[in-house]
Design a binder for this molecule. Sequence first.
Ligand code: CP3
Length: 357
Amino acid sequence: MTVQDSLFMRAATHRPVERTPVWFMRQAGRVLPEYRAIRERMTLLEICRHPDLCAEVTLQPLRRFPLDAAILFADIMHPLVGVGIDLEIAEHVGPVIAAPFRSPSDVERLRDLVPAIDLPYVLASIRILKRELEDRVPLLGFAGAPFTLASYLVEGKPSRDFLRTKAMMYGDPAAWNAMMERLADIVTVYLEAQIATGVDAVQLFDSWVGCLSPQDYEMYVRPHTSRVLRAIARTGVPVIHFGVNTAMLLAQMKDDGGTAIGVDWRIPLDDAWRIIGHSRVIQGNLDPAILLAPEEVVRRGVADVLARAAGRPGHIFNLGHGLHPQTPIEGIQHAIESVRELSAAGAARDGNLASVR
Ligand code: CP3
C-alpha cells in the first residue's frame, strides 16, 4: 500500500472509503503527558529546532491513537521566525511579537523567505517523519494564512476584536495590501518547500478570518489567500482551507482554490455542504468541547456529524477547531472509536444497499 491509497488521501480526492478518516487539529501538544514532559525542559520553538524531537512529538499522538494522518509539529509563526521577526510563543497566551508593526515602513521587515536556509530544521523534521511513517499514514504540512499572520504582526499578541489590524486595513489599504502580498509570498514558498520535501497534503489555517464581513473578506483578504491556495494547488497535493467562525464566508472560500474546506461547529455539516457543494472535500466539524463530556455524549456528537455527512464521498472527520489542552485522553479515544465504528457501519449499510439496488 502506498500513502496515496490511505483513507485520508482517498477521502481527500473524493475516492470511496470503507470508513471515514479522522485526525484532530492540535492532536500533538499539551493534551499528552509525554509532550508536557518534553515541554518542561524546553520551549515549543526550541523543540522545533531539534528535528528528532520535533518528529517524536509529531508521532506521539499516533502511538496512542489510531489516527489517519500525522500533522507536522510546528507553529504558524515559523515563517515569520524564518524571516527574522523577533517573537515568542508565550505560555497560555500564544504568539507575542517583540516589536509589532505600527507604521507602513514596518512592512519592509518582511523579507523573502528561503526555507532551506531560514528554516532547515522544519524541512529536516519532514524528512525524518516521512522515513518513520513508512507510507502508513500521510504527513500533513501547514501554514498560517496571510490574514491570521498579519493579525499577530499588527496586534503584537492574540486579540479579541482585531482593532489595530482593521484600523490598518481600512485606514491604509496600500500598506495593508503590501503586507498581505509579502505574507502571501512567504507562505507560498514555505508550503512549496514542505511539499517538495515530502508532505502529502497541506492545511492553510486562517484561524481568525471569521472576524471579517464577507465584503471585507472579498476586498482585503481574498485576493491574497486565493493567490496562495492556487499556487499550492498547482503542485497537485490536497489543500485544506480552514477558518473558525466562517459560516458567512464559506460561499467565497469554496472558490478560493483549496481542494478541501475545513469548517467549525457553528454550522451544521449538511448546511455547510449545501453551500460548499460537492466539488470540494469537507473537513470537520465536531465541537472540541464535546470531548470533555461523558462517553455517550461524545458518541452522539460524532453520530450527528456522520449522519449529516451521510456517507458522501469526500468527508474527513475532524474537530471544528483544535483540541483543548484540558481534554481527557479518554475523550479523544471515545471520539476516534466512535468515528471508526459508526462510519464503518454506515459504509457497510450503504454498500449493502448498493448491492440490493
Ligand atoms: O498538533 C498540531 O496541531 C500541530 C502543531 C500546531 C501548533 N500550532 C503547535 C502549538 C499547529 C497546527 C499550530 C497552528 C497554530 N498556531 C494556529 C492555527 C490553528 C488554530 O488553533 O487556530 C494558531 C492560531 C497558532 C498560534 C498559537 N500558537 C496559539 C493561539 C497558541 C496557543 C496558546 C496557548 O498556550 O493556549 C500557540 C501555542 C502552541 N502551538 C501550542 C502548540 C502545541 C501550545 C503551547 C505549548 O506547547 O507551548
